[in-house]
Write a protein that binds this ligand. Structure first.
Ligand code: CA
Length: 430
């Protein structure tokens, strides 16, 4: 009997439409089955408990710091070891889980090492020390800018640097965590006065996040040409946003309480190595656009061909078993600024990034209306409501709505790899 290259002996790993093939092997942190927090590697319908794997004697040929980091309860220590260590661990996991290897498959402790995913809950993959959010989609920035400044949608700085702000790490939550509708100050006319109460314009933002692996020392910028080497992997991020709070507070210092109540992260970190086949060269800039300054320019810079999708299910739809309604479909390759440019710009002042820091792309919107990555754009400020599968209309999110984001890469001749879901249900304001 011959095995097929790239196939695994693990149930569900070879499904053509699955997210978690042998080519993916994303890492995360899980809990359940009477175990505390464990670093896990996802494959098919199973999660490898890395601590039990190491304790059973596997990965013995890897350096002690790698094995030790994998027995921890968050990925930070492993992330700090750098790309060489990540690659060694990944190569050994690929070998152990490949169709031709029986070492783990036939091991007496296999059932204790390989846990069915349905029994486990996914947690945040690492302690996120700092979180910055960019605004790197030209379509998104132009759409939103044109709503508020029809004559001047893009400010003069936008095409010269990836615009961003420093976000809030304490309220980043794992997929599946309920999201309480925030309250705050809103106004009925631009000059005020404000009233305090639950947001009426609750929105999601579809984003891709880069989790920093090694980072840099204070005062030592990361250059754009090697910036991706510092990225441990990518995740999906929902940057929940209260548009009415945002409108009243955002000048002069930018988003504050409109964004700090919650951001949801998908659970499985897809490595830059797994994404390698899905890199696409950064295209030339459109005629008339300025070339980036030298510190933002690299001949090897890339975007990632990642399909993105947002769906919503109301509470009535979930009760009736109605599938979630797809709201938008886009692609991460439509960004104007790359992850490497975001990292180079972020650190160009000397600011240090640390293992586990999160840099998010900003809302990913394509050129077509059905690829717009938030309701503000998708319903054009509520003027073009969308209809859900239960017949109700949405301009913005209602209590009980579940927002489900998905991301995956696929191309003929290549194994599909996916990110899993990034989910959250809105609960009523306190
Ligand atoms: Ca955002």
């Amino acid at each position: 009997m011959t095995s097929i290259a790239g196939q695994s002996w693990v149930e569900g790993a070879n499904d053509a439409d699955g997210d978690f093939s042998l080519a993916n092997l994303p890492m995360g942190v899980v809990a359940g089955e009477g175990r505390g927090l464990r670093i896990g590697v996802r494959i098919g319908a199973f999660i490898v408990d890395c601590r039990v794997l190491v304790e059973a004697g596997f990965l013995a040929q890897l350096d002690e710091p790698i094995r030790s980091a994998l027995t921890g309860d968050s990925l930070n220590a492993f992330m700090s070891l750098g790309r060489g260590a990540w690659r060694k661990a990944r190569a050994e996991m690929t070998r152990l889980l490949g169709a031709e290897c029986a070492e783990l498959r036939d091991h007496p402790q296999r059932k204790s090492i390989m846990l069915p995913e349905w029994g486990m809950s996914v947690r945040l993959p690492c302690t996120i020390g700092d979180y910055s959010d960019f605004y790197a989609s030209l379509n998104h920035a132009t759409n939103v800018g044109s709503m508020f400044r029809p004559d001047n949608p893009l400010l003069p700085n936008w095409k010269h640097m990836p615009i961003g702000y420093h976000g809030r790490a304490s309220s980043i939550v794992a997929t599946g965590t309920p999201i309480r509708r925030p309250s705050g100050q809103t106004v009925s006319n631009d000059a005020g006065p404000p009233t305090f109460g639950p947001t009426k314009l609750l929105d999601y933002e579809l984003e891709v996040g880069a989790l920093i692996g090694t980072g840099n020392a204070l005062g030592e910028p990361i250059t754009v040409d090697c910036a991706l080497e510092n990225v441990f992997g990518l995740v999906l991020l929902n940057d929940w946003s209260a548009r009415d709070l945002q409108k009243w507070e955002y000048q002069p210092l930018g988003p504050f309480l409109a964004k700090n109540f919650a951001s949801t992260l998908s659970g499985w970190v897809v490595s830059v190595d797994a994404l390698e086949p899905y890199r696409v060269p950064l295209p030339a800039r459109p005629t008339g656009d300025p070339e980036p300054l030298a510190y933002l320019r690299a001949a090897n810079d890339v975007l990632f061909d990642v399909h993105l999708e947002v769906s919503i299910a109301s509470s009535a739809m979930r009760s009736a078993g109605t599938p979630a309604t797809r709201i938008s479909r886009g692609n991460f390759k439509d960004m104007y600024w790359t992850i490497a440019q975001m990292i180079a710009h972020h650190t160009s002042s000397g600011c240090n990034l640390r293992p586990g820091d999160l840099l998010a792309s900003g809302t990913v919107s394509g050129a077509s209306p059905d690829s717009r990555g938030c309701l503000l754009e998708r319903t054009w400020r509520g003027s073009e409501p969308i209809t859900l599968g239960d017949g109700t209309e949405r301009k913005f999110l209602q209590d009980g709505d579940e927002v489900i984001m998905r991301a995956w890469c696929e191309r003929d001749g290549l194994p599909r790899i996916g990110f899993g879901a990034c989910r959250g249900i809105i609960t009523p304001a306190r």
